[in-house]
Ligand binder design. Structure first.
Ligand code: 6PG
Length: 241
């Protein structure tokens, strides 16, 4: 696995670089495999990137969109990651609804919906229990506590080794999240991190020996490329490669 850290002057430059990288990954996936499977991050950082992707002229029928985590709310709730990406991007392009694969949040329990989504992923990729699908590119952010997706420090979700999707927990609020092993099957992971508040977490994530269960983003080791795009504020600290 190749790790690349780029510090961009500011957030607009971070988003511009992010677009460049995402488009490259989408186009290479389509040319090599006939389709692209891209997994979206939630939160606020990626929203302008989603808006910029919406302006691109892409073969939308060859692009399949998933989410790496979801707050346990309905899609039209203001906290919904699905809702944010639809409003910023997916509602603005001619992508078939069958190419959009949101995490369900309308079942009996978060655990039931996590199980349901795992079955949906297995069906989409045509894989059996025990196998892990390989996404082309997964976008991620980090929280000030170094969580990523909805893999929060010292939670049970970090221990899941043989599942694709599990229940996360942020201060008692349920989330649904990809597991670290599923994320790590991806060809490429692209972290987008902006703001000075992320510096302490980044310092631990890049430290030689910090505890991954305290700083979950350390768990992320994809198969081919691990990209860290940092804006000037987040990237103030110097990190060894
Ligand atoms: C979520 C995200 C989460 C996010 C980080 C960073 O559902 O909130 O998936 O992991 O990426 O919390 O969020 P910001 O981009 O808002 O700083």
């Amino acid at each position: 696995m190749k790790k690349i850290i780029e510090v961009l002057p500011d957030k607009p430059a971070l988003i511009e670089r992010g677009i460049e990288l995402v488009l490259t990954k989408i186009q290479s996936a389509i040319s090599e495999r006939g389709r692209c499977t891209i997994v979206l991050a939630g939160g606020s950082t990626p929203k302008p990137l989603y808006g910029a992707i919406a302006t691109q002229d892409l073969p939308w029928d060859k692009i399949h969109v998933f989410w790496g985590d979801e707050r346990y709310v309905s899609p039209n709730h203001p906290d919904s990651n699905q809702g944010m990406a639809r409003q910023a991007w997916l509602d603005k392009v001619d992508i078939p609804e069958s190419n959009i694969h949101p995490m369900p949040t309308d079942g009996e329990t978060p655990a039931a919906d996590a199980t349901k989504h795992e079955a949906q992923l297995r069906e989409f990729f045509g894989i059996e229990a025990g196998q892990f699908p390989q996404f082309d590119v997964i976008l991620l952010g980090i929280g000030d506590d170094a969580h990523t997706a909805s893999l929060f420090p010292h939670t049970e979700a970090l221990q899941v080794q043989n599942g694709l999707v599990t229940v996360g927990n942020k201060d008692g609020q349920p989330r649904i999240t990809f597991t670290a092993p599923l994320i790590n099957q991806a060809r490429s992971v692209l972290f987008l991190v902006a703001g000075a508040s992320k510096r302490p977490a980044l310092a631990q994530i890049f430290a030689p020996d910090a505890d991954p269960f305290t700083y979950p983003a350390r768990l992320i080791q994809p198969q081919e490329e691990l990209w860290w795009l940092l804006d000037g504020e987040a990237g103030e600290l110097k990190y060894e490669e």
